[in-house]
Structures are given as structure tokens and as C-alpha cells.
Design a protein around this ligand. Sequence first.
Ligand code: C2E
Ligand code: CA
Ligand code: CA
Length: 769
Amino acid sequence: MHRRIAQARSLAARVRRPSHGDAVGLIYGVMAVLLMAYLVLLIVRPADQSSTAIDGWGVDAFELFAGVLCIVGGIRRRPGSVVPIVLGAAVISWGLGDLVFTIESLGGATPPSPGPADALYLGFFALSYVAVVLLVRGETRRLSSPTWLDGSVAGLGAGAVCAAFAFSAIVRQTHASGLGVAVNLAYPVGDVLLLLLVVGGTAVMSGRRKAPWLLLAAGFTINVLGDTSNLLQSASHLGVVINSAAWPISSAMLSGAMWLRPGLTDPLAEQKPPGFLLPGLAAGAGLTILFVGTLTPLNHVAALLATATLLLVVLRTSLSVRTLRAQTRERHQQSVTDHLTGLANRRRLFGALDMFFAQPAGDRPELALLFIDLNGFKRINDSFGHTVGDEVLGQVSARLARTLRPTDLLARVGGDEFAAMLVNAGVEQTATIAGRLSASLNEPFQFDAVSAEIGASVGIARTPDDAADGEGLLECADAAMYRAKLSSSRFAFYDRELDRGGNKLKLADDLSAAIDGDQLVLHYQPQLDLRSDRIDTVEALVRWRHPEFGLIGPLSFLPLAEQAGLMDRLTRWVLTHALAQCAAWRATGRPLRVSVNVSISDLRDPGFPATVASLLDRMRLRADALMIEITETSIIDEFERVQQAVSALGQLGVDVSIDDFGAGFTSLAYLNDLAVEEMKLDRRFIAPLAGGVRSRDSEVVRATIELGHALGLQVVAEGIEDDAALELLRDLGCDIAQGYGIGRPAPAGELSFDAMPAPAPARMLARRA
Ligand code: C2E
Ligand code: CA
Ligand code: CA
């Protein structure tokens, strides 16, 4: 109920607020109509007629009202600002002057000059000046120096023009002397100063903020017209019209300017570079005045202002030229720099290559282009986030740069891809540099508490043999890099035979054919159950027996399979063969279970659990013959899908294990919501346990094992390479152990199951290992 009332109130407030503005707007509308009517009256009325009621009281009342409205309307539009009050006071001061003048003129009397009315008129100038200065200060606080100078130039230029023409005419026409001259001079001087300020202010305001300023400038300009016409005591019809209408119009405009809402500055608007139009115009005006001064005598004020204008224009222009030059240089630098690493970017690399190939073929030195692709960078990015990823890229850049010669160009050409352009490097020197490059990345990368290993594969293309332009050279280097990656070499030179058309597309085709043509093979790695000292489970790990490159590890081609959309076929192949092998073992009386790795794209497929079920069925295996491993990072990426897939597999009776646990910082809340049975600690946790020494690292492992147990999971430790680590893990309460120290992955036929007597662990040796 209360909320309803509050809502209604706030609604009413919202509706009411614009109606205030509308009311004031309406008043200004009526004032405009009155002014129009007055103007028409002045025009149609003979020049020598006037009425005290209209030209006297009426105009006085109008001006005073405009002053009051300026304060009332302005305060609402510019809360907290004293400008409307001061300007309103100025207009009121003028109105009072007019009022005094009207009273003094009653009965056809001639008011004294200078008299009390003049004091009030001059009060207008003083107050207006203060108001405009405050307004300029308030609105230009954040302006750059060229903008400031623009304002000054425009103001001075306007002042010079004003002084040269209106002002000098006024002075010449004034016949009074002493105080009279001083007072009469105060008007044009006041006008010139005000106009100077307002024109300057208008020039520096941008867009919608300009509107109030334009109205102010118009108001003060009309004021100048009125003053001029008054001082010239023009008796012409036009003179009388201007004389009578100028001040009421001007006061309405000044008042309205305070009421106009100053537009908001648009934060998205592009900062306009300083223009040259305004200083140009002012310079033109200044020059014209000085030129006229050489023909006819000119007053000193005008000459001084014109000279000052020109000097400022020179200053302003040289400043702009300097700014523009600096901007151009900076933009060029930015456009060829990789913002993350500060290395050259792709554009810079291609610029350099184009320059190289623009030389006559005979004069070109030898050139080698190295394409460097990081291995395992995506994993770091996925596990630790982009901030760490960015930092790693920075460290990688620094290391790469250190291994190159000062004359070589290192560029970052893509996410985790770099290129180095080596001019004047023979085959041998290039090979040395490439070896150094990849060796420089072998040291683990350190950031905060974690360390990560990143390797790189380097492909090399050379002129003139491999390509005749930059684009071609980079393609060749890329193809060679891919071969290096697949064959686990640190670097490879482009080879026309091997890499012919050898891009990723062709490799994807190769991989697709490999799946169909049974070029894939499975190796199995045993898992030792520390509770029973028996080997119950083996993990199936895929390899690609490539006809040209030999046996390729999964980390080299799984990303390709993922990219090329081949993952579902690959997983199906692995599942089929792993389950067939499992069935074969079971047929010979060995009750093993296989553990198969699946990727996130498999879990995304809603048909995946059904595929698993039908394959189990085909091999006549129970669901507990299979374990599915999913990596922790894939869980983080798409938790809901993973959750669905895991529960569907659970319904089949297939257990699920979280692989590489600890690599991705899964929130414990997630872990609790996932129906998994097993947790496999990432190798990174186990590596420091080599040698079996207890340390902080082993405490982390102990706590993680306890956590797994608390969640009802069995815990597997991977990457155990020596007996000491195995014993330590047994002590820490680990359930299952896997690693080279227990057995390397090997083809099914090469595994042997020689159990060792307890308490030493049962040992299963791969004969190849
Ligand atoms: P993973 O699932 O963590 O597999 C363990 C990896 O660690 C294997 O590398 C294995 O050879 C290696 N390893 C085992 N014991 C030790 C040890 O004591 N020390 C060291 N340094 N390494 C050890 P591999 O075979 O190269 O497999 C790499 C990754 O490829 C696997 O990591 C898994 O994520 C993925 N993978 C392998 N086969 C498949 C598959 O059939 N399907 C999918 N989706 N992924 C697979
Ligand atoms: Ca695994
Ligand atoms: Ca693992």
C-alpha cells in the first residue's frame, strides 16, 4: 500500500516536473509574441510618436519581469549555479535604469546625463560581465589549450571588428566632455568586453551546449546595436525602431538563455581535432582591420585588438600543427604495434616483407621467416583466465625477443602466433636461431603462485626458394610449423614435397582419412589400486600413426580434430576400439575396466549417452567395464550440459571421472552438484612429490584427497614417476595411482601384468618402456 502511494507520488512528480518547464516556456512564448507586436507597432508608427504607457512603463515592466524570470527559470535549470541570479540582477538593473529614466522623462523633462539611470545601466555591464565570466569558467574547465585559444582568438577578433567600426563611430559622434565622455565610453567598452567573452565562449562550446551561448551572444549583440543607435542619436525611422526595441528584446534573450537547458556532453562523441576555420576567420578580420588602418586613421583599441588577435592566431596555429604532428606519429606507431606485447603487429610485418620483396630480385639478401606457434597456450588461457594468458604472452614475447639478433623483426601475428623475420641469415644460422627460440620457451613460466609449461613449434620458410612474396612466405612457414607440431620437432624447414598444399585443411582431411583408415592406435596406461595392490583399470590414450610423420601424440592433433568437427567420429573410434579391447581382455579372464577420455564437444551431443549404451551393448559389456574421463576445464566452460551428460551416463551405470583436477579451479559447489565417482589429480600437483619428500605440496595433495573422500569420490593420482612418490601418495590416503613409474602407456599387446609382492606395489611393466 505504502509503496503504491510512493509510486503514485513519484509518478506525479515525474509528470509535474516537465509542466513547470512548459509553463515557463509558455511565458517566454507570450513574451515573444508581445515583442513581435511591439516591433510591428514601432514599424508602423510614425518615427516621432511615442507613448509613455507602452515605451515607458510597458517596456520597463517587461524588462524587470524578464530579469525576475531569468532568476526563477535559471535557478531551476542550473541548480547550484549563481550565474542566473547574477545575470537576472543585471537585467533587473537595466530595467530599473529604464524605470528611473521613464520617471525622469515624465512630463517631457530631459533626464540628466550622466544621471542616476546611467549608474543602473552601468550596473548591468558589471553584473553581466561577472555572470559571463562565471559561466565561461564553469563550462570550460575541462577544455584543452587549443580550444581555449580558439575562444580567445574568436573573442579578440570580434572585439577588434566591433572596436574598429561601431566603437570608433560612437567616439566620434559623442560631443560631451569629462564625465559625460567617460560614461558614454563605458557603454561601448562594456559592450565590446561582453561580446568578446560571449563570442569566445560560444566558439569553444560544442554541439548542444552551444544553444544558451548563442542566445546570450545574440542578446549582447542586440544590446550593442541599441547602444550604438542610442549614442548616434539617430532620428531615422530605423534608428528609432532599434533604439526602442533593442533592450526589451535583448533582456528577453538573456533571460531565456538561462532558462534554455544546457545540453549534456555526449561521452561517446568523438573528440574533434582542433579546426582551422575559426582562427582563420579571426586572422582574416584582424588583417582586414590592420589593412583598413593603413588607409584611414584607426582607433588604437581596434589596432591593438587586431594585433593581439593575429599574435594569438600564430600561437594557436603552431600549437595545432604540433599537436597534429604528434598525433600522426602516435597513430602510426599504434597502427603497427601489437598493443598487448608491444611487439610489431601483422601489418608491420607485412609492411617489412613488402619492402623486402619490392627490391630487385638480384639485390635481395637471404631472408628467413619463422612462424612460431605456442603449444598448450589455450589450456593456460582456459584454466587461469585471460589476464594470466595475457601475462604469459608478454613473458613469451620478452624471451623470444632476447634470443633474436637486433636486426631481426619479431611480430605477434595472431593470438598465440608469432613470426620472426631474419634478414641475412643462412640455413645454418636460421636453424640455430630457431633452436634457441624454442629452447627459450622450455623453461616453465612463472606467475603468482603457479608455473606453467609452454613449448613452441617453429616453421621456417626462406627466400628465394619457397615463395616470392610475403603472403606466400608466411603460408609456407605456417605449413612447416604444422608439420613440426605434428612430428613433435622443435622446428621444421618448409619442404615442397611434404608440405605441398600443406595447410590445416589438408591435415584435417588427413585426420579424417586416418579415422576411417584405422591409422589411429590406442595405447593403454595401467592404474594401480593402492587399496588392493591390483590393476583393475587401464586408461585408453589415442595416437595417430601418420604415414609420413610417424607416431603423433594426441595433444598435437586433438585441437585439429576439435576445430575440424571430427571429434565425434574420433571419440566413437576410440570408444569402439577400447571397448573391443576390454571385451577381449575379459574373454581371456582379465576383468579390466577401460577409462576413455571424451571432450566437451562429445558431451554437447545429446545422442552421446545413447552411443555409449549401444557400443556397450554391441560388445556385450556391462556398464561398469567403462569409465568416462572429462577434464575439469570443460566442466567450468559448460556446466549445465556436462551435468546433464553426466547424469545420463550415470543412469546407464557408467562412472565418470574428473580429469586434470586442480588445473581449472572448479568451485567446490560445482563439484557437489556433479554426479561423478572419481577425481584425478592433475599431474602438476604430483610432480613436486617426486622423491617422496613431505612438504607444503604434499599437504595440498593430502587436503585435496581428503576433500575428494569427503565428497564420496575415489581419488586418482596421475604422473607418478618414482616409487618414493608412490609410497608418499599411499601414505596420504590416495586410492589409485597412475604414471610412468607404474607403467607407461603402451599398445595392448605389449602390456604385461606381473604383480609384485606386497608391500611393494604391484608392478605392471610395459616392455617398451
Ligand atoms: P590425460 O588424460 O591427462 O592423459 C595423461 C597423459 O599424461 C598422457 O599423455 C600420458 O602419456 C601422460 N602421462 C602418464 N603418466 C605420466 C607420467 O608419469 N609422467 C608424465 N610426464 N606424463 C605421464 P598423452 O597420451 O600424450 O595424452 C595427452 C592428453 O590427450 C590426455 O591427457 C587426454 O586429455 C588427451 N587424450 C588422449 N587420448 C584421448 C582420447 O582418446 N580422446 C580424447 N578426447 N582425449 C584424449
Ligand atoms: Ca585422462
Ligand atoms: Ca589427466
